[in-house]
Design a binder for this molecule. Structure first.
Ligand SMILES: [Cu+2]
Length: 333
């Protein structure tokens, strides 16, 4: 028994406190919509706690006085008993739920709803794929994946679609979820009060690698953002060394180019992420691994080992081909 208890404590604690890790919590809001959501949540917790403690209090009294006839303190009075049922079973729940409903619908959804047309400074388009996020910047040729740059303190309209099954786009510190439903376009506002990185996650089970379908929103000062977007809008850099040229040759003549786009080249595949500026991202495969040369080589050689079940097959490349390919990809700044 003691042995089992000793096992139970770490299990319960690690499960309970796992949610306390920062970085992806709706309770550390960094925007007005997220702030509204977390305030609503704390109020709901407070009211629910009062209701819960009241119920526990009454159950305790009933138990302590269980030997006596009738209701505790009130005795055997039929109409009082009925009154209690009506008040605590009907009026209190209806009042509490009514207030929550009105506040949630009139106050909170006003901020979390899709932004009114024309009320935002810019628009981006996010497309969910099994299992990564494609990101397009409207009015520019820029296409990237998984790392969504936005200017800080700027209203950004995000239109969402899916390329396959239902996904859900959720950056808890910035706003509520928005589902990505086949054949429909959803819209949500992204706005960050402060520069920073805000982690997001697919919030609708979408297959074997759902858990590794993460992204981050990077809010940065307007000038930094403009520089980033200008670079993203350019076609892929030309190789400058013989090794890079060989790597590019491999990319364009093998299946890589069937699935990936390198803007400005013949590679126009749309199954996988756009790789035109791969080196501007700090992670690979929807935040699964860091974007380092050794990890990149590992990914190219055996993507199924890194992220089992994902849609990229391992190609049979020899050591020299892999080295040149990594060399070339590392030049895509
Ligand atoms: Cu998903």
């Amino acid at each position: 028994m003691a042995g089992r208890l000793r096992l139970l404590v770490p299990i319960v604690c690690s499960t309970a406190f796992a949610g306390c890790g920062g970085g992806q919590s709706p309770l550390s809001p960094k925007s007005k919509p997220a702030h509204d959501i977390s305030t609503l949540w704390w109020w709901m917790l407070a009211v629910a706690s009062v209701v819960f403690l009241g119920a526990v209090f009454m159950i305790t009294i009933a138990w302590l006085r269980r030997k006596r006839e009738g209701l505790p303190y009130l005795g055997r009075r039929e109409n009082v008993a009925n009154g209690l049922v009506v008040v605590f079973g009907l009026l209190v729940p209806v009042a509490v739920l009514g207030v929550v409903f009105v506040i949630a619908n009139l106050v909170v959804t006003k901020d979390t709803d899709a932004p009114a047309a024309g009320s935002t400074a810019m628009s981006i388009h996010v497309i969910g794929h099994q299992w990564f996020w494609e990101v397009r910047y409207q009015g520019t040729p820029a296409v990237t994946a998984n790392e969504i740059h936005i200017p800080v303190r700027t209203r950004v309209d995000v239109a969402v679609n899916t390329a396959d099954v239902i996904h859900s786009f959720w950056v808890p510190e910035l706003n509520r979820k928005i589902d990505m439903i086949p054949g429909q376009t959803g819209r949500i506002l992204l706005y960050a009060d402060r520069p920073g990185q805000y982690r997001g996650q697919c919030a609708e089970f979408c297959g074997v690698q759902h858990a590794h379908m993460a992204m981050k929103v990077i809010a940065e000062p307007a000038a930094t953002f403009r520089g980033w977007l200008a670079n993203q809008s350019r076609p892929a850099r030309a190789p400058t060394t013989p090794a890079q040229r060989l790597g590019r040759q491999t990319f364009l003549t093998t299946a890589c180019s069937d699935c990936h786009t390198l803007r400005g080249t013949a590679a126009r595949g749309v199954i996988g992420p756009d790789l035109t500026h791969l080196m501007s991202r700090s992670t690979l495969a929807a935040l699964t691994i860091p974007n380092r040369p050794d990890e990149l080589a590992r990914w190219i050689l055996d993507p199924q080992h890194v992220k089992p079940g994902n849609k990229m097959p391992g190609l049979k490349l020899d050591a020299a081909e892999t080295r040149n390919l990594v060399d070339f990809l590392e030049s895509l700044k």
